[in-house]
Design a protein around this ligand. Structure first.
Ligand code: AKG
Ligand code: FE2
Length: 318
């Protein structure tokens, strides 16, 4: 691969209990938009081992038919299971990139009636709910540090994302093992920025392959670091902060030349406020002209899905 890589030491690790945490966060989020965090219940080996065990039980233990039936929600906001290759980016042959990953998504505020029986009866619902709660607590802490870093009213971001009110998505990802010759290029998950405010990412094994793009346009490897959580800025927060904070482009590539790409597991929490939240940079920086017109979080999400998925998104909601 022609891409240059840098070592993970270029990405700072921030201890959330340190008095310098918000200053370090500002430095990271105004440059690369990404940092490792420690000092959180989510960032422990014990927690991550439990999440990995649940993910393996689901992705390896359920049959393809059982998984395929676990797609639920309303049109446009499909939740539950997505099979490999079912999500894609781009409208044209040049930009088309299929992600080769299977995922299980749940959102905040789902009531028991919205859960498929299979997830309730297998005990997975309780486990996923617990993990989501731990992830949401971590998101609250990072958002509180972000408020402090940007000198915002305390609670401005964190309250809007509160677990009971927010619109956050908890996701487990499984990248199946595959032979190199089964795929064109080395792409497991194509290049993109996330739509939400901040994305919390746990690398649950050492398979590797996650890369982010630094401000010089170089792709850099992000390795798993024990007892840490990766958190990067996504588009909605970049817009809300009038682009003071940088949304991080990232992708998952097979980095080695081995014939077999090992399977890979990750957990992601996409933090987002409810759809009727007003995303207006004037609320953060009243004296600065808006770079983008104010928009509701719900409309913004819709616009981004349209841009990225193009007609395939319209077909899905149509
Ligand atoms: O699984 C990963 O390492 C990253 C996946 C990702 O970027 C996403 O789901 O938005
Ligand atoms: Fe992403």
């Amino acid at each position: 691969m022609p891409d240059s890589t840098i070592t993970q030491s270029d990405i700072i690790t921030i201890d959330v209990t340190s008095p310098f945490a918000s200053q370090q966060l500002l430095e990271a989020y105004t440059t690369t938009g990404i940092a490792y965090f420690t000092g959180l219940p989510i960032a422990t080996e014990a927690f991550q081992a439990r999440v990995l065990e649940t993910a393996q039980r689901f992705f390896l233990g359920f049959t393809a038919e059982q998984k395929a039936a676990l797609r639920f929600g309303v049109p446009g906001y499909i939740r539950g299971y997505s099979g490999p290759g079912s999500e894609q980016y781009g409208d044209t042959a040049d930009t088309y990139q299929e992600h080769y990953v299977e995922s299980l998504d749940i959102v905040s505020g789902m009531t028991i009636r919205q859960w498929p029986d299979l997830l309730i009866d297998s005990g997975l619902m309780d486990e996923l709910e617990q993990y989501r709660r731990v992830a949401a607590q971590a998101a609250t802490i990072i958002l509180t540090l972000t408020e402090k870093a940007l000198k915002l009213t305390p609670g401005f971001l964190a309250t809007k994302h509160a677990l009971s009110r927010g619109n956050s998505t908890f996701r487990l990802n499984h990248y199946p093992a595959m032979m190199q010759n089964q795929r064109k290029g080395s792409i497991r998950f194509g290049e993109h920025t996330d739509f939400d405010t901040i994305s919390l990412l746990l690398l649950l094994d050492d398979a590797g392959g996650l890369q982010f793009q630094n401000p010089r346009g170089e792709w850099c490897s992000l390795k798993r670091k024990p007892n840490t959580l990766l958190v990067h800025v996504a588009d909605m927060l970049a817009r809300w902060s009038n682009e003071r904070l940088v949304a991080t482009p990232h992708r998952v590539y097979a980095e080695d030349q081995d014939d077999l790409w090992p399977e890979r597991y990750t957990m992601i929490f996409f933090a987002a406020p409810p759809s009727n939240t007003w995303v207006d940079s004037k609320d953060l920086f009243p004296d600065e002209p808006n770079k983008y017109p104010p928009v509701s979080a719900g409309d913004y999400l819709k616009q981004r899905l349209e841009q990225i998925y193009g007609s395939s998104y319209r077909e899905k909601i149509g």
